[in-house]
Design a protein around this ligand. Structure first.
Ligand code: HEM
Length: 492
């Protein structure tokens, strides 16, 4: 019988042999790479976007990440991958995170099913439908968030004066927390037909904890699959909660179905509207679809907006001259802060939002796609069909050739859009592009405009709390990005 030591040695030799074999047989041997990505992608896990960016800076715009995966930052290639009709389908990773269940619109691979699902969402999420049916709800939630921020920031300012300097609710308003509660309350109203009242209670519900665990679980499963197998067999509560979160999210979707049945196809019920659209379209939306999409809406619609608004406030408060200019522009618009006015007559506000989305677009990391039949040629490199290519906005939104001083936050950068070069226009993919562009782009813009405008109207003169360091705001990334300290406190 083999001793355990021999057994382990044979296993290690077999693994090394397989790694060498996959490296030798890789169809990507001609693509620039570091010595380690020639063999595996293990070294880029963890701080993925930073590692991939560093590799791009060293080896160029087209690099090999593993023996079977490529990352692309060359402007023409990025545009081609995210263009309508070029058939770069989402990679298998998306659907693998939803084994055995409807993946929902974000993860769907099949282009026909995806187009059908998008059509069902289209009417409810058009700019006109949103302003007619949802502006009042969004405005109400933003107003409440700003009220809570102002309250905490004012108390924080007073306490700091008397020398209380610890990072604490009493010493400032954590804008990241309040933006997250605001965005989640908005999307819960849309998806479930009821508010979760998180702004009123000041914290997130267990359901939102479960949604966040689901996202974390998907990332772990993708990045380190063998580690994912372990938690379900360990008697540790938090680890088991991680693996059970997805079922909880799915089951909670029942609430969305009940509300949909109660409210029918009314303008204030998203799924009711989708069901009505499906009937007209000769299609259908099942209860399972509603459950999947309700969870998806919460996952995609909360932290994306909250992180963007957090970085926006931080970046503006870091530059007092920019803050003064922005506050003056908002003050000139009148107390109502009409959405039409914010779109047409607030060039600095819109420029600051776009500039925030450049280095801090919430989904800055890799968006993986499969190369279609016939493969592609990117920047002189032929890549075979079926290979996974990903683009990461973290790299092409700070491309040294495309953007002057890409690492500087320049709130005035997008004031004169006619001065943008064709490359900048092609690369500025704040909400991605092509057929998989963010479907709630109008809702996101509404929340960003109202959130930023009301903040700089009501919290004029706000400052970053003294204990908020640049290091705490550094980008941490999983699927989305977030400040490393997971908070950003301000005082008045
Ligand atoms: C500032 C806020 C936001 C940013 C920066 C953002 C960004 C993005 C990006 C980059 C994608 C492409 C993802 C991919 O290819 O895998 C995307 C897709 C998507 N986003 Fe957003 N998003 C934002 C807000 C929202 C909100 C508020 C919702 C929901 C209420 C939402 C729902 C979705 C959905 C469902 C998709 C998938 C679309 C499809 O595949 O057809 N997003 N978003």
């Amino acid at each position: 019988m083999l001793s355990p030591a021999i057994f382990i040695c044979v296993g290690v030799v077999a693994i090394i042999f397989l790694i060498l074999l996959s490296s030798i047989r890789s169809p990507l041997s001609h693509i620039p790479r570091s010595w380690h990505t020639r063999f595996s992608g293990l070294s880029i896990k963890g701080r993925r976007i930073h590692c991939v960016h560093a590799l791009h800076q060293k080896y160029g715009d087209i690099i090999r990440l593993t023996p079977t995966k490529v990352s692309v930052a060359e402007p023409n290639a990025v545009t081609q991958i995210h263009r309508i009709g070029d058939n770069f389908l989402k990679s298998r990773w998306y659907e693998s995170t939803h084994k055995g269940r409807d993946p929902g619109i974000l993860a769907m691979q099949n282009p026909t099913r995806h187009a059908q699902r998008r059509r069902l969402f289209a009417r409810a999420f058009s700019h006109t439908s949103l302003t007619t049916n949802w502006e009042a709800t969004v405005r109400e939630k933003v107003t409440m968030a700003i009220h809570r921020i102002k309250e905490c920031a004012t108390e924080g300012g007073r306490n700091l004066e008397i020398g209380m300097k610890e990072m604490d609710e009493k010493n400032g308003a954590d804008v990241m927390k309040w933006w997250a509660l605001m965005a989640t309350d908005v999307i819960a109203r849309l998806a479930f037909g009821e508010s979760f009242h998180m702004l009123e209670i000041g914290r997130q519900t267990p359901y939102i904890d479960a949604v966040q665990r689901t996202l974390l679980g998907s990332v772990i499963r993708h990045e380190i699959p063998f580690v994912w197998l372990v938690p379900r067999y360990l008697p540790v509560k938090n680890l088991r909660a991680l693996t059970q979160a997805k079922s909880m999210v799915f089951e909670y979707g029942e609430r969305a179905i009940q509300n949909m049945r109660r409210e029918g196809g009314g303008a204030q019920n998203l799924f009711g509207q989708m069901e009505a659209a499906a009937e007209k379209d000769d299609g259908m939306i099942t209860d399972e679809d509603v459950k999947a999409e309700a969870g998806n809406l919460i996952a995609t619609g909360s932290d994306t907006t909250a992180v963007t608004l957090t970085y926006l406030v931080w970046a503006v408060l870091k530059q007092p001259a920019l803050q003064r200019d922005l506050e003056a522009e908002i003050a000139s618009l009148g107390e109502r802060l009409d959405l039409g006015e914010l779109i047409k007559n607030a060039p600095l506000l819109n420029s600051v939002i776009e500039e925030t989305l450049r280095p801090y677009r919430a989904a800055l990391g890799a968006l993986p796609r499969m190369l279609p039949k016939g493969g592609a040629r990117f920047a002189g490199f032929d890549i075979a069909a079926g290979v996974e290519v990903s683009t990461q906005a973290f790299s092409f939104h700070r491309d040294l050739q495309a953007w002057p001083e890409p690492l500087r936050f320049n709130g005035y950068r997008f004031i004169d859009k006619s001065a943008m070069t064709p490359t900048q226009k092609a690369l500025m993919q704040s909400f991605s592009a092509g057929s998989r562009v963010c479907i709630r782009i109008h809702l996101a813009w509404m929340e960003l405009r109202l959130g930023a405008a009301m903040f700089f109207w009501d919290c004029r003169g706000a400052q970053l709390a003294p204990y908020i360091t640049d290091d705490m705001i550094e980008i941490d990334n999983q699927f989305l990005i977030a400040p490393k300290g997971h908070c950003c406190y301000v005082v008045l």
